[in-house]
Design a protein around this ligand. Structure first.
Ligand code: PLP
Length: 365
């Protein structure tokens, strides 16, 4: 028998990193465990949102509205932007991919800070494009000057993740404006604002104004974090044409389900209740950060719903201690841990473990 070579796939896919999703904790009978590894909301959906989900379920024998007209109308009036400027995706992670597919191909360069959101290198690789990663500054903020200097004639897309996942830092609004003003207008600039609701208003970039002024700026938002709909997969981009058209062309047909559309509309309607939850998460984040600092850990401010501990060689030890205590967090080996803010009990347990580990190793960072 002639040996078969097997299916022929693109060899460059071998080099692609796989997305490392936050783990669920191992099942335990002795203690309650907590999944604080994916920056999800720990709150169950509001009753009004659950009711919208149940109502939409009665209709799932039909395809969803492919244009998501009602949801687009709701987003349009919420942000006071024309409906044609809104593009939906199956989570804003999908929109990151659509932007790259719309603007870049083999040999083109996608520029972003590193460490940042893991989807950027993956989508870049899928498109056959080349990642240009600019190290964060020592305080974990974007080095916009270095990013500006890293632009080449092949640069097609620049991602600015603010607050940055996983480090939690934001880009200074004035620095961002200056940066955008100095980027050639043919390069697409993506402002990935998945966590913007957790940032105090006075520290937020005026991203909607920036998109109005600049046809190359795309603002990315999601219903997965502050709005608590991670399981339903819906996010959106706000950009002028022609980018918004390109994002509709590259979207998965019927990708945003009717249930997701209904839940997102109900969430916009319940925004004030959801923002109360965001406030409580912010208060918890600041409490946890304060406690850690008092123990001697050096933390940069986090503006998201998680804490970043740069632990270098102590990462594994802290990860193991948290795992033992029933807390599943997101490790970045030899770099640090990203710990989502969760239930008060989860946050308290995290504080306790951090205290015991710092005493044991006596090398708080
Ligand atoms: C969570 C996250 C997203 C969006 O996730 P979706 O669930 O796909 O909407 C986008 N960007 C960053 C940086 C994130 O952390």
């Amino acid at each position: 028998m002639v040996s078969s070579p097997g299916p022929r796939l693109r060899p460059d896919l071998e080099a692609l990193p796989s997305y490392k999703a936050g783990q669920r904790p191992a099942p335990r009978t002795d203690i309650t465990t907590y999944k604080i590894s994916s920056n999800e909301s720990h709150h169950a959906p509001l009753e009004s949102v659950q009711a919208a989900i149940v109502a939409a379920a009665a209709d799932v024998n039909r395809y969803p509205d492919p244009f998501s007209s009602d949801l687009i109308a709701a987003i349009s009036s919420h942000f006071n932007v024309p409906p044609e400027h809104i593009s939906l995706g199956t989570g804003s992670v999908a929109l990151c991919g659509q932007i790259i597919q719309s603007a870049a191909g083999p040999g083109d360069e996608i520029l972003y800070a590193w460490r940042s959101f893991e989807s950027y290198p993956i989508w870049t690789g899928i498109a056959g494009a080349h990642s240009v990663q600019v190290p964060l500054r020592p305080d974990e903020t974007h080095d916009l000057e270095a990013m500006r200097n890293a632009i080449t004639p092949r640069t097609r897309v620049i991602f600015i993740c603010s607050p940055n996942n996983p480090t939690g830092q934001i880009v200074d609004p004035a620095e961002l404006e200056e940066f955008i003003a100095n980027v050639p207008s043919e390069i697409v600039i993506v402002l990935d604002e998945a966590y913007v609701e957790y940032v105090p208003h006075e520290k937020r970039a005026e991203s909607i104004r920036l998109y109005r002024e600049k046809p190359n700026v795309v603002v990315l938002r999601t219903f997965s974090k502050a709005y608590g709909l991670a399981g339903l997969r819906v996010g959106f981009a706000i950009s002028q044409e022609p980018i918004s058209n390109a994002l509709r062309k590259t979207a998965l047909p019927f990708g945003v389900s009717s249930i997701a559309q209904a839940a997102a509309i109900a969430s916009i309607e319940a925004e004030s209740e959801l923002l109360e939850r965001v406030k409580s998460v912010v208060a918890e984040r600041d409490r946890v950060a304060r406690e850690l600092k008092e123990m001697g850990y050096q933390l940069n401010p986090s503006y998201a719903n998680f804490i970043w501990m740069r632990l270098s060689n102590d990462t594994e030890a802290m990860y193991q201690a948290l795992e033992q205590a029933g807390l599943s967090v997101r490790p970045f080996p030899s770099e640090g841990l990203r710990i989502s803010i969760g239930e008060t009990e989860a946050n308290n347990r995290f504080i306790e473990v951090a205290r015991s580990v710092s005493i044991a190793s006596a090398v708080p960072r």
